[in-house]
Design a protein around this ligand. Structure first.
Ligand SMILES: NC(=O)c1ccc[n+]([C@@H]2O[C@H](COP(=O)([O-])OP(=O)(O)OC[C@H]3O[C@@H](n4cnc5c(N)ncnc54)[C@H](OP(=O)(O)O)[C@@H]3O)[C@@H](O)[C@H]2O)c1
Length: 239
């Protein structure tokens, strides 16, 4: 009876996680969306697929919203000691892709750090009691967060996004170290360049392939994998 928590589940890769997991009736999925007053049609339409589904509000850019979300998670699960098997920190933004290091603004960097780094940090903090031996935390990063990769490319734009994903990678290692004693496995995963609103139509991967590969990778993780940086296909990525 695995329990999954997914942030940013209403569209894109988060919704694809939900779609694939929803066909297994033994799964319980807590799908978080920025606002319950948004369009939840895609999530609702998968409700009859078999899995047990709860749709909860969580704006990962708001500390208050994340705190309120955690109370609902605890209530749905039936107590703070109930284990979450997979926490998928998927929600993320690339809101100023045109900015380079030469045009980067404090406002943009702060916004990306808040949603892409502090969001996953706070989410783990408030759900810590549910993260127990064998739990997996996945921070959805990007190839653009890899220093090794960016050094080989002529990437000019998406400065705030790229910097925030590199910070998310470092957060992953801190979380892995801090949760090692509890037996929790924390990894960051690059989904590849995927056809979503963020990835755009020029992307090379279909959502099905990226998320299918990622779920296989996440299900096969061992305790010694904690603190590692993976690609969706299970290969390891250079930092
Ligand atoms: N697609 C790619 O090629 C690619 C490549 C590398 C990494 N990624 C990463 O994969 C993750 C998912 O990306 P995607 O391609 O699915 O992007 P997307 O199509 O733009 O979807 C982003 C999701 O994140 C949610 N989100 C954004 N800010 C939020 C907030 N403050 N609170 C709650 N939810 C929030 C969005 O909710 P709303 O609908 O409310 O905005 C939406 O559900 C991101 O972390 C992204 O950086 C994607």
């Amino acid at each position: 009876m695995p329990i999954f928590v997914i942030t940013g589940a209403n569209r894109g890769l988060g919704l694809e996680f939900f779609r694939q997991l929803s066909t297994d009736s033994s799964n319980t999925i807590l799908a978080a969306t920025r606002s319950l007053s948004g369009d939840l049609g895609s999530l609702e339409s998968l409700k009859s697929n078999g899995a047990t589904l709860h749709i909860i509000e969580c704006d990962t850019g708001s500390q208050d919203s994340i705190a309120a979300f955690s109370k609902q998670v605890t209530s749905i699960l039936g107590g703070p000691e109930k284990k979450i098997d997979f926490l998928l920190n998927n929600a993320g933004i690339n809101a100023t892709h045109w900015q380079t290091s030469l045009t980067l603004t404090a406002e943009s960097l702060s916004n990306h750090m808040n949603v892409n780094v502090m969001g996953p940090a706070k989410t783990v903090q408030v759900l810590e009691s549910h993260l127990q031996k064998g739990s997996v935390v996945m921070n959805m990063t990007s190839g653009l967060g890899s220093l090794a990769y960016i050094r080989t490319k002529d990437l000019a734009e998406s400065a705030a996004y790229s910097i925030s994903k590199a910070a998310l990678n470092m957060l992953t290692i801190h979380q892995a170290n801090n949760l090692k004693g509890q037996g929790v496995v924390v990894v960051c995963v690059d989904p590849g360049w995927v056809k979503t609103d963020m990835g755009g139509t020029g992307a090379v991967l279909e959502k099905e392939e990226s998320i299918g590969g990622m779920l296989k990778c996440l299900r096969g993780l061992k305790s010694t994998d904690s603190g590692r940086f993976f690609v969706y296909d299970g290969s390891e990525k250079g930092w």
